[in-house]
Design a protein around this ligand. Structure first.
Ligand SMILES: [Zn+2]
Length: 337
């Protein structure tokens, strides 16, 4: 092609339209980072919590955890939780996202237990099937490296109960997240991730989010999670292992620009590297509220970054279907794309 990729207004417009039309899957979406901004502000005001210290135009890794701290205070009842999930599902549905894996750790609100939290999620996801029939929504239970071990053990036991014992279709796996500066993946293997794997529970792990964490990255790759998130700061050897192990990677362009302190998307190198090595990459939002993004935007940025033609984009999104944790809906999704 002559000139710049997507050089004309018409090319840009057509590609944006395609990114809207094409059925999408979202596999990396934190409930706490995906509130509607208006809902976030409304709830913060209602609780009398100041958000003046937050710079919404430049959300860094620290800024992200500042926002999560506020969300922790305003997302304080099962009613609010269900409202927030309903809104998130509606917004994803509007971007023609057909499959969505949300992620969150169960919390105890007042009289309500952590199990009540899981039950409330299941109840609202069931309701969303009727409200938004074109999107399938599932939950990954978070193991949070910034939370006490006891609380994570409880989250794991609940996940196991709903996934293995009750075969609840709405809960489909575990994910490992939290502030990457706290604790290490290895600390959770013996009591959570090894037994979870033995029980057949699928696991996605935030990996190489910050620099110089190669020791942890090596341990994560030794474990071989079902999916990885981010993989921003890997060395050549680590990229090679991801490709050899054929682990799909959830890539979050807007989020990476913020947390890696970059000024432009073109400074992101790990996503083109993963793609060039033949890895399965799945464009995801991470936190729509924090990074002012959505699935159309993330898909469009990926197209631009990798200079994808329509067929290449379709092929990338199709490969992503294999990486979803609900095996029951893979065939349906594949038939729609
Ligand atoms: Zn994340």
């Amino acid at each position: 092609m002559e000139g710049a990729f997507l050089g004309t207004d018409k090319q840009l417009q057509d590609m944006y339209q395609l990114c809207f039309n094409i059925p999408k899957i979202e596999l990396h979406s934190h409930i706490g980072g995906n509130l509607r901004p208006a809902t976030f502000l409304e709830l913060a005001e209602k609780e009398g919590i100041s958000v003046d210290h937050i710079d919404f135009y430049n959300v860094t890794l620290k800024g992200a955890f500042d926002i999560f701290a506020v969300v922790g205070k305003i997302l304080n009842s099962l009613d609010v939780l269900q409202r927030v999930i309903r809104e998130i599902v509606e917004d994803y549905s509007k971007t023609n996202t057909r499959y969505l894996e949300l992620r969150s750790g169960p919390k105890a609100f007042g009289e309500n237990t952590k199990e009540d939290y899981i039950k409330a999620v299941v109840e609202v996801l069931e309701e969303c099937e009727t409200l938004f029939p074109h999107i399938t929504v599932r939950l990954l239970v978070s193991i949070n490296r910034s939370a006490p071990m006891e609380s994570n053990l409880e989250a794991y036991e609940l996940a196991k109960k709903y996934i293995v014992d009750e075969k609840c279709k709405y809960i489909v796996g575990l994910e490992f997240s939290g502030n990457p500066k706290d604790n290490s993946f290895e600390d959770y293997c013996e009591n959570i991730f090894n037994p979870a794997r033995e029980a057949g529970i699928k696991i996605s792990v935030h990996t190489a989010e910050i620099e110089d964490h190669h020791e942890e990255t090596e341990k994560i790759l030794d474990f071989k999670p079902d999916r990885l998130g981010h993989c921003c700061y890997m060395n050549e050897e680590e990229f090679k292992r991801v490709a050899e192990l054929e682990i799909p990677v959830e890539v979050c362009i807007s989020s990476n620009v913020g947390t890696m302190n970059l000024s432009t998307i073109s400074q992101i190198k790990h996503i083109p590297t993963l793609h060039s090595m033949g890895c399965t990459i799945i464009p995801c939002c991470d936190d729509t509220m924090l990074f002012n993004t959505n699935m159309i935007n993330e898909t469009f940025e990926l197209v631009n970054m990798l200079k994808l033609e329509e067929e290449e984009l379709k092929s990338i999104l199709n490969k992503g279907i294999d990486a979803i944790f609900d095996d029951e809906v893979k065939a349906l999704l594949a038939s729609e794309t």
